[in-house]
Design a protein around this ligand. Sequence first.
Ligand SMILES: Cc1cc2nc3c(=O)[nH]c(=O)nc-3n(C[C@H](O)[C@H](O)[C@H](O)COP(=O)(O)O)c2cc1C
Length: 216
Amino acid sequence: MDIDTTGVDHVLSTTRAVRRKLDLDRPVSPEVLETCLRLSTYAPSPGNQQSWRWIVVRDPWSRKQLGALFREVGRAYLAGVRAELGAAVAHPPVRRMVGSVQHLIDVIDRVPVLVVPCVQGTPPSGNAEAASFYGGIYPAVWSFQLALRSRGLGTVLTTLHLQREREAAEILGLPADVTQVGLLPVAHTTTTDFRPPARRPLGTVAFLDTWGRPLT
Ligand SMILES: Cc1cc2nc3c(=O)[nH]c(=O)nc-3n(C[C@H](O)[C@H](O)[C@H](O)COP(=O)(O)O)c2cc1C
Protein backbone atom coordinates (compact mmCIF):
# COMPACT_ATOMS: atom_id res chain seq x y z
CA MET A 1 0.00 0.00 0.00
CA ASP A 2 1.28 3.49 -0.85
CA ILE A 3 1.60 5.58 2.29
CA ASP A 4 -0.05 8.98 2.10
CA THR A 5 2.80 10.96 3.68
CA THR A 6 0.90 14.24 3.36
CA GLY A 7 -1.90 12.88 5.53
CA VAL A 8 0.45 11.15 7.96
CA ASP A 9 2.63 14.25 8.31
CA HIS A 10 -0.46 16.38 8.85
CA VAL A 11 -1.62 14.16 11.72
CA LEU A 12 1.90 14.06 13.20
CA SER A 13 2.22 17.85 13.15
CA THR A 14 -1.31 18.82 14.24
CA THR A 15 -2.03 16.42 17.08
CA ARG A 16 -2.21 19.16 19.67
CA ALA A 17 -2.81 19.30 23.39
CA VAL A 18 -6.60 19.76 23.23
CA ARG A 19 -8.33 21.29 26.23
CA ARG A 20 -10.69 24.11 25.19
CA LYS A 21 -11.85 22.34 22.04
CA LEU A 22 -13.02 19.13 23.70
CA ASP A 23 -16.72 18.63 22.92
CA LEU A 24 -18.24 17.98 26.34
CA ASP A 25 -21.70 17.18 24.97
CA ARG A 26 -20.98 14.61 22.29
CA PRO A 27 -20.74 11.00 23.45
CA VAL A 28 -17.70 8.92 22.54
CA SER A 29 -18.56 5.50 21.22
CA PRO A 30 -16.96 2.41 22.77
CA GLU A 31 -16.02 1.28 19.25
CA VAL A 32 -13.87 4.29 18.40
CA LEU A 33 -12.07 4.07 21.73
CA GLU A 34 -11.46 0.36 21.24
CA THR A 35 -10.06 0.97 17.75
CA CYS A 36 -7.68 3.67 19.01
CA LEU A 37 -6.53 1.56 21.95
CA ARG A 38 -6.00 -1.43 19.64
CA LEU A 39 -3.86 0.74 17.35
CA SER A 40 -1.83 1.83 20.38
CA THR A 41 -0.87 -1.79 21.04
CA TYR A 42 1.32 -1.77 17.91
CA ALA A 43 3.69 0.63 19.69
CA PRO A 44 7.14 -0.65 20.65
CA SER A 45 7.94 -1.74 24.20
CA PRO A 46 11.13 -3.07 25.84
CA GLY A 47 11.45 -6.79 25.10
CA ASN A 48 7.96 -6.53 23.61
CA GLN A 49 6.63 -6.88 27.15
CA GLN A 50 3.57 -4.73 26.44
CA SER A 51 3.34 -3.74 30.09
CA TRP A 52 0.81 -1.04 29.28
CA ARG A 53 -2.58 -1.24 30.93
CA TRP A 54 -5.43 1.17 30.32
CA ILE A 55 -8.38 2.12 32.47
CA VAL A 56 -11.17 3.69 30.43
CA VAL A 57 -13.26 5.67 32.88
CA ARG A 58 -16.83 6.33 31.80
CA ASP A 59 -18.63 5.97 35.11
CA PRO A 60 -19.86 9.45 36.20
CA TRP A 61 -19.07 8.87 39.89
CA SER A 62 -15.47 7.84 39.12
CA ARG A 63 -15.00 10.77 36.73
CA LYS A 64 -16.30 13.10 39.40
CA GLN A 65 -13.91 11.70 42.03
CA LEU A 66 -10.91 11.78 39.67
CA GLY A 67 -11.97 15.23 38.52
CA ALA A 68 -11.98 16.51 42.11
CA LEU A 69 -8.39 15.28 42.61
CA PHE A 70 -7.33 16.76 39.28
CA ARG A 71 -8.96 20.08 40.14
CA GLU A 72 -7.37 20.39 43.56
CA VAL A 73 -3.87 19.62 42.27
CA GLY A 74 -4.42 21.75 39.17
CA ARG A 75 -5.58 24.82 41.07
CA ALA A 76 -2.56 24.67 43.36
CA TYR A 77 -0.29 24.16 40.35
CA LEU A 78 -1.71 27.15 38.51
CA ALA A 79 -1.54 29.34 41.62
CA GLY A 80 2.18 28.46 41.78
CA VAL A 81 2.66 29.23 38.08
CA ARG A 82 0.90 32.59 38.43
CA ALA A 83 2.94 33.50 41.51
CA GLU A 84 6.19 32.50 39.84
CA LEU A 85 5.55 34.25 36.55
CA GLY A 86 4.03 37.44 37.94
CA ALA A 87 3.43 39.98 35.18
CA ALA A 88 4.78 37.56 32.56
CA VAL A 89 1.45 35.68 32.82
CA ALA A 90 -0.03 38.44 30.66
CA HIS A 91 2.31 37.54 27.79
CA PRO A 92 -0.13 36.21 25.14
CA PRO A 93 1.28 32.67 24.63
CA VAL A 94 1.58 32.17 28.40
CA ARG A 95 -1.89 33.62 28.98
CA ARG A 96 -3.34 31.26 26.36
CA MET A 97 -1.62 28.23 27.88
CA VAL A 98 -2.62 29.09 31.46
CA GLY A 99 -6.19 29.81 30.33
CA SER A 100 -6.33 26.51 28.50
CA VAL A 101 -5.05 24.55 31.51
CA GLN A 102 -7.52 26.42 33.73
CA HIS A 103 -10.37 25.53 31.39
CA LEU A 104 -9.56 21.83 31.53
CA ILE A 105 -9.35 21.98 35.32
CA ASP A 106 -12.80 23.59 35.40
CA VAL A 107 -14.49 21.03 33.13
CA ILE A 108 -12.50 17.87 33.77
CA ASP A 109 -15.42 15.89 35.24
CA ARG A 110 -17.63 16.83 32.28
CA VAL A 111 -15.28 15.27 29.71
CA PRO A 112 -17.07 12.12 28.49
CA VAL A 113 -14.15 9.71 28.94
CA LEU A 114 -11.03 9.80 31.09
CA VAL A 115 -8.35 7.31 30.10
CA VAL A 116 -5.69 6.42 32.64
CA PRO A 117 -2.61 4.76 31.12
CA CYS A 118 -0.79 2.51 33.58
CA VAL A 119 2.27 0.28 33.63
CA GLN A 120 2.22 -3.19 35.15
CA GLY A 121 5.07 -2.73 37.63
CA THR A 122 6.55 -0.10 39.90
CA PRO A 123 9.02 2.63 38.90
CA PRO A 124 12.67 1.54 39.19
CA SER A 125 15.58 3.76 40.14
CA GLY A 126 18.41 4.27 37.67
CA ASN A 127 18.23 6.06 34.35
CA ALA A 128 18.36 2.99 32.09
CA GLU A 129 15.67 1.17 34.06
CA ALA A 130 13.45 4.26 34.30
CA ALA A 131 13.83 4.88 30.57
CA SER A 132 12.58 1.36 29.88
CA PHE A 133 9.76 1.64 32.39
CA TYR A 134 8.25 4.88 31.11
CA GLY A 135 9.48 4.32 27.56
CA GLY A 136 7.43 1.14 27.62
CA ILE A 137 4.19 3.10 27.57
CA TYR A 138 4.59 6.67 26.27
CA PRO A 139 4.99 5.57 22.63
CA ALA A 140 1.66 3.74 22.99
CA VAL A 141 0.08 6.80 24.59
CA TRP A 142 1.19 8.91 21.63
CA SER A 143 -0.12 6.34 19.14
CA PHE A 144 -3.44 6.49 20.97
CA GLN A 145 -3.43 10.30 20.68
CA LEU A 146 -2.63 10.14 16.94
CA ALA A 147 -5.36 7.57 16.33
CA LEU A 148 -7.88 9.77 18.15
CA ARG A 149 -6.83 12.83 16.15
CA SER A 150 -7.23 11.06 12.82
CA ARG A 151 -10.82 10.18 13.82
CA GLY A 152 -11.93 13.64 14.92
CA LEU A 153 -11.28 13.17 18.62
CA GLY A 154 -8.73 14.87 20.82
CA THR A 155 -7.01 14.71 24.16
CA VAL A 156 -4.03 15.95 26.13
CA LEU A 157 -1.61 13.88 28.14
CA THR A 158 -1.73 15.16 31.72
CA THR A 159 0.23 14.14 34.78
CA LEU A 160 -1.21 16.56 37.35
CA HIS A 161 -3.33 14.05 39.26
CA LEU A 162 -0.33 11.78 39.88
CA GLN A 163 0.43 13.92 42.90
CA ARG A 164 -2.63 12.20 44.40
CA GLU A 165 -2.02 8.85 42.72
CA ARG A 166 -2.87 6.73 45.76
CA GLU A 167 -6.35 8.19 46.02
CA ALA A 168 -6.79 7.80 42.26
CA ALA A 169 -5.62 4.18 42.51
CA GLU A 170 -8.36 3.52 45.06
CA ILE A 171 -11.01 5.06 42.85
CA LEU A 172 -9.80 2.89 39.96
CA GLY A 173 -9.32 -0.28 42.01
CA LEU A 174 -5.69 -0.62 40.95
CA PRO A 175 -3.47 -3.33 42.42
CA ALA A 176 -0.38 -2.10 44.32
CA ASP A 177 2.00 -3.18 41.54
CA VAL A 178 0.30 -1.11 38.84
CA THR A 179 1.59 2.45 38.23
CA GLN A 180 -0.43 5.27 36.69
CA VAL A 181 1.54 7.45 34.28
CA GLY A 182 -1.06 10.03 33.30
CA LEU A 183 -4.66 10.89 32.61
CA LEU A 184 -6.11 11.63 29.18
CA PRO A 185 -9.45 13.45 28.90
CA VAL A 186 -10.92 12.12 25.65
CA ALA A 187 -13.70 13.70 23.58
CA HIS A 188 -14.64 14.60 20.05
CA THR A 189 -13.15 17.95 19.14
CA THR A 190 -15.27 20.99 18.30
CA THR A 191 -13.09 21.58 15.23
CA THR A 192 -10.71 19.45 13.22
CA ASP A 193 -8.83 22.47 11.94
CA PHE A 194 -5.71 22.30 14.08
CA ARG A 195 -2.46 23.93 12.98
CA PRO A 196 1.14 22.89 13.60
CA PRO A 197 2.39 24.66 16.73
CA ALA A 198 5.52 26.83 16.94
CA ARG A 199 8.48 24.76 18.11
CA ARG A 200 12.14 25.43 18.77
CA PRO A 201 14.10 25.40 15.47
CA LEU A 202 15.50 21.96 14.69
CA GLY A 203 19.00 23.40 14.41
CA THR A 204 18.93 24.31 18.09
CA VAL A 205 17.84 20.88 19.35
CA ALA A 206 19.43 18.34 16.98
CA PHE A 207 23.19 18.04 16.60
CA LEU A 208 25.50 16.32 14.16
CA ASP A 209 28.10 13.94 15.62
CA THR A 210 28.87 16.07 18.64
CA TRP A 211 26.95 18.23 21.11
CA GLY A 212 26.49 21.75 19.83
CA ARG A 213 27.31 21.18 16.14
CA PRO A 214 24.06 22.00 14.33
CA LEU A 215 22.50 19.28 12.21
CA THR A 216 21.15 21.78 9.73
C1 LIG B 1 4.73 14.09 30.06
C2 LIG B 1 3.73 15.19 29.80
C3 LIG B 1 3.00 15.71 30.87
C4 LIG B 1 2.04 16.70 30.65
N1 LIG B 1 1.26 17.13 31.70
C5 LIG B 1 0.26 18.00 31.47
C6 LIG B 1 -0.64 18.34 32.53
O1 LIG B 1 -0.54 17.86 33.66
N2 LIG B 1 -1.66 19.20 32.24
C7 LIG B 1 -1.84 19.72 30.99
O2 LIG B 1 -2.80 20.48 30.79
N3 LIG B 1 -1.00 19.42 29.96
C8 LIG B 1 0.03 18.56 30.18
N4 LIG B 1 0.86 18.19 29.15
C9 LIG B 1 0.62 18.74 27.78
C10 LIG B 1 1.65 19.79 27.39
O3 LIG B 1 1.38 21.00 28.04
C11 LIG B 1 1.59 19.95 25.85
O4 LIG B 1 1.94 18.74 25.26
C12 LIG B 1 2.53 21.03 25.35
O5 LIG B 1 2.18 22.27 25.90
C13 LIG B 1 2.52 21.14 23.83
O6 LIG B 1 1.22 21.40 23.38
P1 LIG B 1 0.92 21.60 21.80
O7 LIG B 1 1.37 20.34 21.12
O8 LIG B 1 -0.54 21.82 21.66
O9 LIG B 1 1.75 22.77 21.35
C14 LIG B 1 1.84 17.21 29.34
C15 LIG B 1 2.59 16.70 28.26
C16 LIG B 1 3.51 15.69 28.49
C17 LIG B 1 4.27 15.11 27.31
